[in-house]
Design a protein. Structure first.
Length: 577
């Protein structure tokens, strides 16, 4: 204990305001009720960084058998191409991981109005407030790059060392580390430079909307590219090809940088390697230069300008919701939920994560279905290809539905809790109707709209219509089940940080999704044998839905406005407690 006190005293005596500013920004990066509570922040940070570093120890188990088999063969060129394909995978995953991290902490790149209002009265310069936030996130990203690449590089170099290795292990590990490091630096400062340019060119009112839209687009793009990156180790036959478009693909640049560091690059690859180095240096220098020139102007605009509250961009949807609502209280719940989901960054990030993963899986499945040649001789009639096509709307709905379900449990403001507590304590039926409209409008309709054209292209029309009807009825059953087991108005009930965080919740939800999707598509495929059987299956689902809705009207839950704390001791529930 005395050592800890001495260390605290030494920190207080030797570290000035700038160090405390960086520590303040570093704490902001991790404090979120979605991931942790303030009490266990240190544990979460250490666990997350240790998990990133431990990925390197999985490399020998993943690749040992593969390269042991290739080393026994008389084809050193195949061995080389396999190494290049795996290096392309490492580089692409590093770039996507850094892009996801920076995009997820998009608002932590530069100070906002709140930062300037709080920190400006302190003995700090504007440049210190500005660059401290950028350098804090940059330091975290560089640490993640180091923890991700160095163990992987050392492990992979030990695995591929043998009769056909390309270079000594130390050189192989160094080349992989340097290539991945420069790839991560390029992504980090390219995104930082993009945001710097936008926030200095656009008016603040436009920048807020453009920044939110760009963040949404980037997260969706990153998640959609992950399935493609996972397939790179299989691109052994194409890894040496350099089509004309490869000159505009950054992962190819850094793969060529890796080859050049090993001394195995041709003239074209050496040019791409130089482009990789130049691109990393340019985005780094460009970010510092633009920030150094315009940081005072940006601080003045943010500090002195008060951005007026803009009208909702969902005016048409809000009017439609008000028309569909059966009462003013139902309309109030609908409009409140729509506006809150639009404005709150935390809720938008949750929805984007779930929707992005769902879209990525649907895109991968759909494109894989096309490339497999399942309908080269006409529409898909039966088999696993038909099950895969039927699973697309169900899979996408599950992810959109679970994202909304999680968002509705996160409160937006204490005042909203009290407003609904005072004005709508008995709005049980209004809550159910409003929630049903929200789930249908924000989850079911988008899922069906995105997958309907594809189904009608690859599947016989009556089977496509049957698959969509099956997905719609199944979705409504899940919605009714959720309404029966939930008892709060969306976005109003208090949230306890001790509850299961978004990572654990996502793992449980997504595992359940894959199991249910597999079982349900098999059941759906049984009904696709002929139109009569399909009609019987749909009638069965409709009867179950009607019975579920009738049961729900009999036993409606009481609205709850406060979260229930988890018990200190978990009982067996033998007495129904």
């Amino acid at each position: 204990m005395r050592v800890r006190e001495r260390f605290a005293n030494w920190m207080q005596e030797t570290h000035g305001p700038l160090f405390e500013l960086h520590r303040h920004y570093a704490r902001q990066l991790f404090v979120s009720d979605l991931v942790s509570s303030p009490d266990d922040l240190r544990r979460v940070v250490i666990t997350a960084l240790a998990a990133v570093a431990s990925l390197g120890f999985l490399v020998p188990k993943m690749y040992y058998k593969k390269y042991e088999y290739l080393a026994l063969g008389p084809y050193p060129d195949l061995y080389r191409r396999a190494i290049y394909a795996d290096q392309a995978f490492f580089i692409a995953i590093t770039m996507l991981g850094i892009a996801a991290l920076v995009t997820f902490r998009w608002d932590s790149l530069f100070p906002n109005r709140e930062d300037y209002l709080i920190l400006r009265p302190l003995p700090l310069k504007l440049s210190q407030i500005y660059f401290a936030k950028l350098s804090t996130l940059s330091a975290l990203v560089l640490l993640v790059i180091a923890l991700l690449t160095i163990p992987c590089a050392i492990s992979f170099a030990s695995v591929i060392s043998g009769a056909h290795d390309l270079a000594p292990s130390w050189r192989e590990a160094g080349a992989q580390t340097i290539a991945a490091f420069f790839a991560g630096v390029f992504v980090l400062f390219a995104l930082a430079l993009l945001q710097t340019i936008l926030m200095n060119l656009l008016p603040l009112r436009w920048f807020a909307r453009a920044s939110a839209s760009l963040q949404s687009l980037l997260i969706g793009a990153v998640l959609c590219f992950v399935p493609w990156a996972v397939q790179l180790p299989n691109a052994v036959q194409m890894i040496d090809l350099r089509p004309q478009w490869s000159a505009a693909v950054p992962p190819v640049w850094y793969l060529c940088l890796y080859e050049r560091l090993l001394g195995r690059a041709n003239s074209y690859d050496r040019a791409l390697a130089e482009r990789a180095m130049l691109a990393s240096l340019l985005v780094f220098a460009g970010t510092l230069l633009v920030s150094g020139i315009f940081h005072r102007r940006y601080a003045k605009r943010v500090f002195e300008s008060d951005v007026p509250l803009s009208r909702s961009r969902l005016r048409f949807i809000e009017r439609l919701a008000e028309k569909l609502a059966g009462s003013p209280r139902e309309a109030g719940i609908l409009v409140f939920a729509l506006r809150s989901l639009e404005r709150m960054k935390q809720h938008r990030m949750v929805r984007l994560m779930y929707a992005g993963v769902g879209c990525a899986l649907v895109l991968e499945s759909g494109i894989g279905l096309v490339l497999s040649g399942a309908f080269n001789h006409g529409h898909i009639q039966r088999g696993g290809a038909l099950d895969a096509a039927f699973a697309l709307p169900i899979l996408l709905f599950f992810f959109l539905f679970t994202g909304l379900r999680y968002c509705f449990r996160l409160p937006v403001d204490v005042r909203a809790n009290w407003i609904f507590r005072l004005t709508a304590p008995d709005a049980i039926l209004e809550r159910e109707r409003a929630l049903r409209l929200l789930y249908v409008g924000l989850a079911l309709i988008p899922a069906l709209a995105c997958t309907t054209p594809f189904l009608f292209v690859v599947v016989v029309r009556w089977k496509a219509a049957y698959g969509l009807a099956f997905a719609g009825l199944l979705a409504m059953l899940l919605v009714e089940h959720e309404l029966q087991n939930s008892d709060n108005i969306p976005l109003t009930c208090s949230y306890l940080p001790g509850k299961r965080n978004i990572l654990h919740t996502g793992i449980i939800y997504w595992t359940t999704v894959f199991l249910l999707t597999t079982l349900l598509t098999v059941f759906e495929g049984i009904g696709a044998a002929n139109p009569i059987r399909a009609l019987l299956v749909l009638l069965l689902l409709a009867c179950v839905y009607w019975r579920k809705q009738k049961k729900e009207l009999v036993a409606a839950p009481v609205i709850r406005f406060d979260d229930i704390a988890e018990p200190a001791v978990a009982t067996l529930g033998l007495l129904g407690e």
